[in-house]
Design a protein around this ligand. Structure first.
Ligand SMILES: *Cc1c(COP(=O)(O)O)cnc(C)c1O
Ligand SMILES: [Zn+2]
Length: 422
């Protein structure tokens, strides 16, 4: 918190003091980047001071966050983050890749990456003493907010599209949030939630609107950095140890563009501190039916033109991405790119991940669908070190999962019947 010195607009560059502003730039609605006092952090901390901390959660990065440690005992809010990384040798072999890992964000308390953002925003809400916190959500951001808020006894209101997957709606209700289902899509819920937030003075967590979501999401980058230096000794070996000059390549699924921008910000923070001198390569993956950011990237513009989104991957189904400009930059500035994948390719990726014990929801498997496509198209080399994120649990959308597999036979309870189907 002491290191939080203001905001900077990602479009016009105007800087604001912490208490001057809450959401986006008043001049152009640009997304705001939180500015930290890197000189002061650098003086007080070395990388080892962070990597030797004992908190197995995103709070181990407290010196690099714009909030104070949340009060209270261990709750789901206190244990968000610090997700495992698995090697995927058998999938790598199928794709002719030599180094493939997956960071499993479905292990977060409410089973998606969104817990990182909500943990930090709820902590911020407590600091500024807001009574009610709200968000628009396709489901996961809401579940994360409702869960984190419940953990610290904060009131939450969630605006979700009425056709959100039932498991996600169940999470919202079980966590005791006030749930408002909007007869429209995510974009309708988004616009309505902002109007309601203004009308009633509620604190709004919306993705790509509240600058603190990015600060939570950037912690995944810190974990990737730590994982790499602990398993390979030296971050710079991401550039040399694996035999050729290729940085770690990170695959992320993209809807509003806030996760990919958060991961970019995390590495930029480490770069500003001088704790890394080379950036990883970031590759964004969008569903073909919801590809506004990929479209902008392909024609090299920062102007994001809305689409009429339609994809099985509900968590990344967005007409107008709210963090599109920074999401384009995340790949452009790291030598990355955007890949788009069809719903069939997403379903196939769910099935592939299932074969190694990972159960991803459609948006979670989208990044892996991008890995499959990139390996086939030669976007990555066989010896590139590749890390892919699974951003959400398959249990969140069982209906979609069942489309990725053949249904099980129903038989008479006899041995003969078993023999018949073997
Ligand atoms: C929100 C979400 C994403 C995409 O994050 P954005 O910030 O909207 O780009 C990807 N996967 C899952 C499971 C999500 O919930
Ligand atoms: Zn601005």
């Amino acid at each position: 918190m002491k290191n939080f010195i203001g905001y900077k607009c990602s479009l016009c560059g105007t800087e604001y003091l912490p208490n001057q502003i809450t959401y986006t730039c008043p001049k152009d609605n640009g997304n705001l980047d939180v500015i930290l006092d890197f000189d002061s952090i650098k003086k007080k901390f070395h990388p080892e001071d962070i990597t030797s901390r004992t908190e197995n959660s995103l709070w181990r990065y407290l010196p690099l966050l714009p909030v104070d440690e949340p009060a209270g005992d261990s709750t789901p809010l206190h244990i968000a983050g610090w997700t495992p990384v698995f090697a995927l040798p058998s999938l790598a072999k199928k794709l002719n890749l030599q180094h493939l890992w997956l960071k499993d964000e479905s292990r977060n308390p409410t089973a998606s990456f969104k817990d990182r953002a909500s943990a930090v925003v709820v902590t911020r809400a407590q600091e500024i003493k807001s009574e009610i916190i709200i968000t628009a959500s396709t489901g996961n951001a809401g579940a994360a907010l409702a869960g984190m808020a419940a953990a610290v006894n904060q009131k939450a209101i969630i605006f979700a599209p009425k056709n959100a997957p039932p498991a996600k709606v169940a999470q919202l209700l079980i966590f005791g949030a006030k749930v408002i289902l909007v007869d429209g899509n995510y974009d309708d819920a988004f616009d309505l939630s902002i109007k309601a937030s203004k009308e009633f003075g509620w604190y709004c967590r919306n993705t790509g609107y509240n600058p603190f979501t990015l600060e939570g999401k950037k912690t995944a980058a810190f974990e990737i950095w730590e994982w790499w230096i602990k398993t390979h000794q030296d971050w710079h070996q991401a550039d040399s140890a694996l035999n050729h000059h290729a940085p770690l390549t990170i695959f992320v699924s993209v809807g509003d563009g806030n996760i990919i921008s958060g991961i970019h910000k995390g590495f930029k923070d480490l770069f500003s501190l001088g704790w890394i001198t080379n950036m990883p390569r970031i590759i964004g993956v969008q569903a073909q039916g919801s590809s506004a950011i990929a479209n902008a990237f392909q024609v090299n513009t920062e102007i994001i033109i809305p689409v009429s989104s339609n994809t099985i991957a509900d968590s990344i189904s967005v007409d107008l991405p709210r963090d599109g400009v920074r999401a384009v930059r995340a790949t452009k500035e790291t030598n990355g790119t955007y890949i788009t994948v069809s719903d069939e390719e997403i379903l196939q990726a769910i099935a592939e991940l299932g074969k190694v014990g990972i159960f991803a929801e459609p948006a979670g498997a989208t990044a892996y669908a991008g890995v499959i496509k990139s390996a086939t198209m030669g976007v990555v080399r066989s010896d590139d070190p590749i890390l892919v994120l699974n951003t959400g649990s398959g249990l969140k959308d069982v209906k979609a999962a069942m489309q990725a597999v053949q249904s099980a036979p129903v038989i008479e309870p006899t041995l003969e019947a078993v023999k018949k189907i073997l």
